[in-house]
Design a protein around this ligand. Structure first.
Ligand SMILES: NC(=O)c1ccc[n+]([C@@H]2O[C@H](COP(=O)([O-])OP(=O)(O)OC[C@H]3O[C@@H](n4cnc5c(N)ncnc54)[C@H](OP(=O)(O)O)[C@@H]3O)[C@@H](O)[C@H]2O)c1
Length: 294
């Protein structure tokens, strides 16, 4: 049995769908507060549900019963409920899950983190991810940590200021920094391939897209595809640093930290990884074709 924690989220629901499509047994952790549409969508596809919460250890013990592989994509950064701080969910809650999985005899644990590189700053979500990865590595389970690059569907989407449909975009930093934009669908494919591969046992794997492109290059792709110039607003790195320094809570500080990661760029050489896991990866051009009006 595979348990997906974060099953109602962007990445987790894709992992669930791919496992189910491949005919693998899958159990989805959902919360009483999860979106009813998302829960009934899982149910309608015949996915086994386990009600629980990372802040409730007993619920995780029950969810992990009979499980061989745990995938954890959960995070409180977007979907917070009353009292669910990053510390309670991303740090203490993930620790609960690692402990529950180990106690239940889970063999393999795949944890989704993000790429940081050698940056000179830290922020609460990054610290929580680091602590979870360390805890997992010292558990008795075989582990894989996926350090994913920036999701194109999220950071090249309207919620984060990339409103391609209306030709208005916000660029973080100079716009010249190369980024290995990756599709969350490809990250899901990697997570599953890694869970099923001996080579990925006890390994951290960086997962980026097929090509590193700067935001300015991305904008040119969208402009060519849509046939019109985009209006570009630029947020310089010092402004993001000021936002981080002036943050009044861990979520604000984390958002500023994530924006600084984007502004700093992230180029991943995927050649070796793709030789080992021959996954066909989505390009930014393909993504642009999918989101721009025809
Ligand atoms: N976005 C990026 O560019 C990016 C890049 C690299 C790595 N990542 C990582 O990828 C992972 C997945 O991201 P995503 O975009 O799929 O996140 P998401 O859509 O916000 O999904 C978060 C999931 O976590 C669940 N969750 C939140 N608090 C919980 C709790 N207390 N107990 C149990 N479940 C809880 C949510 O459940 P509810 O539906 O019940 O709220 C939801 O299923 C994250 O760990 C993120 O750090 C993201």
């Amino acid at each position: 049995m595979n348990l997906v924690v974060g099953a109602t989220g962007v990445l987790g629901s894709e992992i669930v769908a791919r496992l189910a499509q491949a005919g693998k047994p899958v159990r989805a952790l959902v919360r009483k507060s999860s979106s009813p549409e998302k829960v009934s969508d899982l149910e309608s596809r015949g996915i086994e549900l386990a009600y629980g919460d990372l802040t409730d250890r007993a619920s995780l013990d029950a969810a992990c019963r009979g499980v061989e592989t745990v995938y954890s994509t959960a995070t409180a950064i977007q979907s917070r409920q009353e009292g669910n701080t990053l510390q309670r969910v991303d740090r203490d809650g993930q620790a609960n899950l690692v402990d529950a999985a180990e106690t239940a005899g889970v063999e393999r644990f795949v944890f989704i983190s993000f790429r940081v590189g050698g940056r000179d700053f830290d922020f609460p979500l990054q610290a929580a991810k680091r602590e979870t990865a360390e805890r997992l590595k010292s558990s008795g389970m075989a582990w894989t940590v996926i350090e994913a690059s920036i999701f194109m569907e999220v950071w090249l989407g309207p919620h984060l200021g990339f409103d391609a449909a209306n030709g208005r975009v916000r660029v973080l930093g100079t716009g010249d920094q190369k980024i290995s934009w990756v599709s969350y669908k490809d990250v899901a494919a990697f997570a599953i391939a890694a869970a099923e591969s001996d080579a990925a046992r006890n390994r951290t794997i960086a997962v980026g897209g097929p090509e590193a492109l700067s935001p300015n290059e991305v904008i040119r792709i969208f402009e060519e595809r849509s046939g019109r110039p985009f209006e570009v607003e630029r947020v310089p790195e010092p402004a993001l640093r000021a936002m981080k320094a002036g943050a009044t809570n861990p979520v604000e500080e984390t958002f500023a930290g994530l924006m600084l990661l984007v502004a700093g760029g992230d180029e991943i050489d995927m050649r070796d990884t793709l030789r080992r896991y021959p996954i066909r990866m989505t390009t930014v051009r393909e993504y642009a074709e999918g989101v721009l009006p025809r």
